[in-house]
Design a protein around this ligand. Sequence first.
Ligand code: GTP
Length: 323
Amino acid sequence: MPTVEALVAGIREGRRAAVSQAITLVESTSRRHRDQARELLTELASAPGESVRVGISGVPGVGKSTFIEALGSRLTAAGHRVGVLAVDPSSVRTGGSVLGDKTRMARLATDPHAFIRPSPSAGTLGGVARATVQAMAVLEAASYDVVLVETVGVGQSEVTVAGMVDTFLFLTLARTGDQLQGIKKGILEIADVIAVNKADGDRQQEAKVAARDLAGALRLVRGHGEWAPPVITCSALEDSGVDDVWERIGSHREHLGATGLADKRAHQQLDFTWALVRDELDQRLRHSVGVRAMRDEVRAAVLAGELPATVAADRILAAYDRN
Ligand SMILES: Nc1nc2c(ncn2[C@@H]2O[C@H](COP(=O)(O)OP(=O)(O)OP(=O)(O)O)[C@@H](O)[C@H]2O)c(=O)[nH]1
């Protein structure tokens, strides 16, 4: 691993190897690497790059990779530098595929103006989020002016990604029957733009109907005066409507305005600060010598019904504090 100084220089020149090594560094959980990563990010922060941060989510098979390939290729053709990151905290990969898998974005993977990085496999969502936010800073310092963060439509990962991007795009499919059944209410609350994908062939009409239904449902969820997330249709496979989605992302940005965007990012930083603190405390608790020494005993006592949870928790905390 090169020195932090060399990495910073390489990143500023936009050299891929340096970007890649820096991301490996920020993904590492070793103490020494964490210290180096902190030093690196402090250096990079002195020249913050301005970028468009977009989260992209949807259930496995909705077409996220295909969509990112289509959108990313359009953007690089238009002169942008595009970074693609992924947040996938599940140990068992969704549908067997790795998010951010380069083989599924073949064109973008060989595009000199794009940088794709699969999700770090590090266990907890907090750990993955931490690495991703830092990887985003590395990409921005290397002049990637659009960063796309892919995540799956399961669990907490969408909320986490929504907390690190400017605009959150939710990809969905037209389904027969109850269109909204498969869509969690929470998603409608965090989505800024919704696109019904696979609107091609004989599915176009169905997709339009689904988009209209969804737009109706959204009106019930969102209050007056708030940003009304547009619901549009697209086909990532045929690359139709993808430009429209990008335009809507731009509209959302305009709606935020410069101060709105700065404010949103500042609050994200604050939330992230506390998330990091919680994550670190959790790590310390796990590695606490005092807690380790009594963990098995407490476990057995709680399982046997001999120790109430409240008392057990107090004992664990006392052991941690004594450390
Ligand atoms: N007809 C049609 N098929 C599509 C479209 N977009 C993606 N597909 C197909 O849907 C399948 C899944 O696409 P992916 O892009 O791998 O989907 P994904 O959401 O990234 O999937 P996971 O990584 O498993 O979560 C592939 O066979 C694609 O070719 C589209 O716009 N129209």
